[in-house]
Design a binder for this molecule. Structure first.
Ligand code: NCD
Length: 305
């Protein structure tokens, strides 16, 4: 695909070759710093929902390429607090910037913004739906620590219902012959539409609520936070939290080269004692956000081919 001017909204919009191309561009970014590549360009960073890694890594990526950043990290400080619509906000911001990165609590909001904006929109997470740049850095991390993307056995554990990082990553991994194991409580299962889509693509998947049953098979376990803010009922959240905890005792049953990933932030789902083991790659994963997001910014603004 032609990345120049493209919006980055959903992993579904990218084929296997596109995904591999993004990873190669990120590797080029990591090899060689380009401190003046984006000189004179402005990135708008519109975060209607809390974020640490996504916002700061995008902003840092842009600055390290010589570009500058405008934006907000909470809608409370903007005219949204006065009731301005997302459409009107985008109409203004497209005139102030060369690329827009946004995160918003509503599923589909990034797509709506992309239909209005004349500058590229990059989705930094829309509700429970998609988080494409997280997936690109997840794939980048997997390829780096496993040496390949193809034919891996991947477990997803935690909040598979509301977790947008899981939805995006599963969508991407269907191109790479992955065997997927979905580990969750029954009320937080992977949504049926996603499972149907995987089945349609011939993906082998398996669902369980017993992590002990599958931990020994896996090459990667992708752990997610229970998304408290998306639970309609606080009682349901209380029942769900703490259901799965990755600790050293559990990891004794795992393959020696199992890698534990997490998009972060974590609550209690990975014990801190795991951080020091060779299994833990989640901080490295977060660091990979810089070259991957540098590549995305440079590709959509036409500064990298
Ligand atoms: C995730 C998100 O916002 O979807 N975090 C991230 O971007 N690294 C996961 C989460 O909030 O649990």
């Amino acid at each position: 695909m032609n990345f120049k001017g493209a919006h980055i909204i959903s992993v579904r919009d990218f084929g296997k070759e596109d995904l591999l191309y993004i990873l190669d561009c990120a590797a080029r970014m990591e090899e060689k710093p380009r401190p003046a590549l984006m000189t004179g360009l402005v990135m708008a960073s519109l975060f209607f929902e809390p974020s640490t890694r996504t916002r700061l890594s995008f902003e840092s990526a842009m600055r390290r390429l010589g570009g500058s950043v405008v934006g907000f990290s909470s809608p409370k400080a903007t005219s949204l607090a006065k009731g301005e619509s997302l459409k009107d906000t985008i109409r203004m911001v497209e005139a102030y910037s060369d690329v827009i990165v946004m995160r918003h609590p509503l599923d589909g909001s990034a797509r709506v913004a992309s239909e209005i904006s004349h500058v590229p929109v990059i989705n930094g997470g829309d509700g429970t739906n998609q988080h494409p740049t997280q997936t690109f850095l997840d794939l980048y991390t997997i390829r780096k620590c496993k040496g390949r993307l193809k034919g891996l056995k991947i477990g997803f554990v935690g909040d598979l219902k509301y977790g947008r990082t899981v939805h995006s990553l599963a969508e991407a991994l269907k191109h790479f012959d992955a065997e997927m194991h979905f580990i969750s409580l029954s009320q937080l299962r992977m949504p049926q539409t996603h499972l149907d889509d995987l089945a349609e693509h011939g993906v082998r998947y398996h669902e369980t609520s017993d992590i002990n049953e599958v931990i020994g098979l896996l090459d990667i376990i992708y752990v997610t936070r229970i998304q408290q803010e998306r639970f309609p009922d606080p009682v349901e959240y209380e029942k769900a939290k703490g259901a799965f905890v990755i600790d050293r005792e559990l990891l004794e049953k795992a393959k020696a080269d199992l890698k534990v990933m997490h998009p972060l932030p974590r609550r209690d789902e990975i014990a801190e004692e795991v951080d020091e083991t060779d299994h833990a790659v989640y901080f490295e994963q977060a660091h990979n956000g810089i070259p991957v997001r540098q590549a995305m910014l440079a590709l959509v603004t036409g500064m990298m081919e």
